[in-house]
Design a protein around this ligand. Sequence first.
Ligand SMILES: Cc1cc2nc3c(=O)[nH]c(=O)nc-3n(C[C@H](O)[C@H](O)[C@H](O)COP(=O)(O)OP(=O)(O)OC[C@H]3O[C@@H](n4cnc5c(N)ncnc54)[C@H](O)[C@@H]3O)c2cc1C
Length: 244
Amino acid sequence: MERLTPVEQRAPGRWQIGTVTAIKRETPRVKSFRIALPMWMEHLPGQHYDVRLTAPDGYVAQRSYSIASSPLDVGEIELTIDRLEDGEVSPYFHDILVEGDQIEVRGPFTSYFVWRGEHPVMLVGGGSGVVPLMAMLRHRRRTMPELPMRLLYSVRSAEDLIYADELGEDAVLTFTRDPPADWSGHRGRLDEELIAQSAGSLTSGIAFVCGTNGFVESATGLLLDSGFEPQRIRTERFGPTGQL
Ligand SMILES: Cc1cc2nc3c(=O)[nH]c(=O)nc-3n(C[C@H](O)[C@H](O)[C@H](O)COP(=O)(O)OP(=O)(O)OC[C@H]3O[C@@H](n4cnc5c(N)ncnc54)[C@H](O)[C@@H]3O)c2cc1C
C-alpha cells in the first residue's frame, strides 16, 4: 500500500471528499457552498479548487471554482457558483447538492492570480468574477483592515448582487441593466471616469481583474489608460464572453 508523509497527504492535486456544511443563496442564480475538507490546507486569496463529478456510468465532468473564503477559515472553503442554464456542473450544485452531501475536490491551485499582501490594491470584478476578489477583501478586512484596497464590482441588476450584505464602503458598484430604485451611483459598463474615480491614488499599486473574457479585456484596457503598470495587472478569466 502507498505510504504518504503528512505533507504529501495535504499536497494540492490530491483528490479528496469534502462535506457540504452550509449552503447560502446569494442571488436567484448564485449560491455559496461551505465545504469541510479532511485534507484542508491554507490557500492564498485568489486560488481555486477543481471539482469533479462522476456519473454511475463513469462519465466525469471537472470544473474550476475560485475560493471565496479567507484562509483564516481553517478546515473549510467556500465556493460561490453561478448556475448556467445548460451547464453540466453548476446546475448539479444548485439543484441536487444539499447540506451533508459529499463532493470530490482538489486544490488549492497556484496561479499568478494570488494576493500576497501587496498594496495598494484595486479589485475589478464582473458578475461571478467577484468571487476570488471577495477572498482578498475578506482576508484583508480580517488581517489588515487599514491596508488600501477597493473593489469595483460590475453587476447586471440589483437582484444579481453577490455578497450584498458584505459590500461595505470599500466597494464601488455599477449596474449595467437594472439598478435599485433609489440608485444614485454609476450605471452602465465600466468606463474611464468610473475607473479613475474609484482607483484614485491606488494606480501606483496592483490590480486584480476577474470576469468573462470580454469584461477582463475592457477592464484591463481602462486600468492601463488610468495609469496602472501592465506588469501590475493580474487577470483571471472564467469562461466564454458573456453579457455583464
Ligand atoms: C480558474 C477559474 C475559476 C473559476 N471560478 C468560478 C467561480 O468562482 N464561480 C463560478 O460560477 N464559475 C467559476 N468558473 C467557471 C466554472 O469553471 C465553469 O466554467 C462554470 O461553472 C460552467 O460550468 P458548467 O459545467 O455549469 O457549464 P458547461 O457545461 O461548461 O457550459 C454550459 C454552457 O455555458 C457556457 N459557459 C461556460 N462557462 C461559462 C461562463 N463562465 N460564463 C458564461 N458562459 C459560460 C458554455 O460555453 C456552454 O454553452 C471558474 C473558471 C476558472 C477557469
